[in-house]
Design a protein around this ligand. Structure first.
Ligand SMILES: *[C@@H]1O[C@H](CO)[C@@H](O)[C@H](O)[C@H]1NC(C)=O
Ligand SMILES: *[C@@H]1O[C@H](CO)[C@@H](O)[C@H](O)[C@H]1NC(C)=O
Ligand SMILES: *[C@@H]1O[C@H](CO)[C@@H](O)[C@H](O)[C@H]1NC(C)=O
Ligand SMILES: *[C@@H]1O[C@H](CO)[C@@H](O)[C@H](O)[C@H]1NC(C)=O
Ligand SMILES: *[C@@H]1O[C@H](CO)[C@@H](O)[C@H](O)[C@H]1NC(C)=O
Length: 444
């Protein structure tokens, strides 16, 4: 279909459900105590192949993830998106894999993927049909969750298409993406008819119930499955996603162009408070290697997705990916920030740049971002203009730092830049300067 993207992640894995059953509360604890704590890393078929999928494409992706060193860098999920089943409907009450595409079934593919040291993800929808029109899981959560678990599936991307009328939400949550929004991306009932009243509890909405039903079904299985909510930032998922899944999409689908990258960056910059251990805003699958993105735009896209602690799911044909892009996906400083086990919060904007702080603007989103990590403060300066601009990171403007000299390392070149009292760089059009600011220097 067209458009839902992939990421999933989820905190509420099956195990979350177990916790639910046991405690009656929400379910988030994983039995292994680590799956879902930090963003999921992997690959998904949609951006590369859409519905044109078969077992060989997943095996080829899996083998390349291993041989190119991406598995060693942390990428472990190989995720099937839409279109994997028989399209006409359920077979004996179950969603049946299309055996022309998957001759050994999903369980057979899972065994081969697991043998390579990777995990397998699958896709369904909290509606009557998937986005591409295949049978989906609303009302069949227990049957489908049991099938996924029996097949050995480790991750479920759960989409949001074809919601029947009796499952529609009573209200609409503010989605600046989809309505005319006011300053700071806020909505009013004038620009968003049927806007939920202030204080409305979205965890009681039909949307939360639809996604919660799959969380509960997964929780009853004895195999852990990470739940990723592909809910496009609707129903104020930011307020209840953490009690339902490991990650949740915060926007509509990404496309491989600069406008889409800045659009998502702008939207997500206002939604940073819901991100932390066990719960991540999914900025959608990566477009590294795809479409019209220039080298500079590609690295801005990857750096910011990593800094915002989005799940990082590669979405391209790995056999065609350049070595430069493989190296970008393996950037050790960005991955270490994204996967930090001690600091769970993302980098956040500390200054907008082109526009005044907190201005909602898809073309010129926040340009100056920073966040602490085990290795120091990651600082990013995005150039949203079409020409080279000299930008300066001033320590006293960055939360957690103060005036003085700090040890600075360039994240792209991995070069130690020495002790600096600020960092100035000529940033090319749509590129991003990224540094790690370490310890304060003693001598100064
Ligand atoms: C199964 O996949 C094949 C190959 O893509 C396709 O031609 C066929 O229509 C699919 N069958 C069903 C029932 O979806
Ligand atoms: C915009 O939103 C942010 C985050 O919610 C808030 O901190 C800030 O004060 C808001 N600014 C304005 C002008 O409303
Ligand atoms: C999500 O919930 C877990 C507990 O299940 C909690 O530890 C974590 O801090 C929460 N994350 C966010 C971003 O609220
Ligand atoms: C976005 O910001 C630019 C620069 O300030 C401004 O010219 C443009 O009108 C803004 N766009 C919108 C939709 O407000
Ligand atoms: C930047 O370039 C794009 C594409 O050529 C163009 O649409 C846009 O108007 C330019 N922006 C500015 C501020 O010149």
């Amino acid at each position: 279909m067209g458009s839902r993207s992939i990421n999933s992640g989820g905190k509420s894995s099956v195990w979350a459900g177990l916790a639910l059953l046991v405690s009656g509360a929400r379910a988030i604890a994983m039995p292994d105590g680590h799956t879902g704590k930090v963003p999921s890393l992997g690959w998904n078929s949609w951006n590369a192949y859409h519905c044109d999928i078969d077992e060989s494409k997943f095996l080829s992706a899996a083998e390349l993830i291993v041989s190119s060193g991406l598995l060693d860098a942390g990428y472990e999920y190989v995720n099937i998106d839409d279109c994997w089943s028989m399209k006409d409907g359920r077979v004996d009450g179950h969603i049946a894999p299309n055996t022309t595409r998957f001759p050994d079934g999903i369980d057979g593919l899972a065994q081969k993927v697991h043998a390579l040291g990777l995990k397998l993800g699958i896709y369904s929808t909290a509606g009557t049909d998937t986005c591409a029109g295949y049978p989906a899981s609303l009302g069949y959560e227990d049957v489908d969750a049991a099938d996924f678990a029996n097949w050995g599936v480790d991750y479920l991307k759960y989409d949001n298409c074809n919601v029947p009328s009796d499952w529609q939400d009573e209200y609409v949550a503010c989605i600046p993406d989809a309505s005319t929004s006011g300053p700071n991306g806020t909505c009013t009932s004038a620009n968003t008819p049927n806007l939920a009243p202030p204080g409305y509890d979205w965890s009681t909405s039909k949307s939360a119930q639809r996604f919660g039903a799959m969380r509960d079904a997964l929780a009853k299985q004895s195999h852990e499955i990470v739940l990723s909510l592909c809910i496009w930032g609707t129903a104020d998922v930011f307020s209840w996603g953490n009690s339902t899944g490991i990650n949740w999409r915060m926007s509509g689908d990404i496309s491989p162009d600069w406008d889409s990258v800045t659009h998502i960056l702008n939207l997500n910059s206002f939604k940073m408070n819901s991100i932390g251990f066990w719960g991540h805003n999914d900025a959608d699958m990566l477009e590294v290697g795809n479409g019209d993105l220039t080298v500079a735009e590609t690295r801005t896209h990857f750096a910011l997705w990593a800094a915002m602690k989005s799940p990082l799911l590669i979405g391209t044909d790995l056999s065609q990916l350049s070595q430069d892009n493989i190296n970008l996906l393996k950037n050790k400083h960005l991955l270490a920030f994204n996967q930090d086990k001690v600091y769970g919060r993302p980098a956040t904007p500390y200054k907008w740049g082109i526009n005044p702080d907190w201005t909602y603007n898809s073309t010129y989103p926040a340009e100056f971002w920073a966040g602490p990590s085990t290795k120091g403060h990651l600082v990013l300066m995005v150039n949203t203009l079409n020409n080279t601009v000299t930008k300066e990171a001033k320590w006293h403007e960055i939360p957690g730092l103060s005036a003085g000299h700090y040890e600075v390392r360039d994240v792209w070149s991995d070069k130690n830049l020495g002790c600096l009292s600020s960092y100035k760089a000529a940033v090319a059009a749509h590129d991003t300067a990224v540094i790690l600011v370490g310890k304060k220097c003693r001598k100064w």
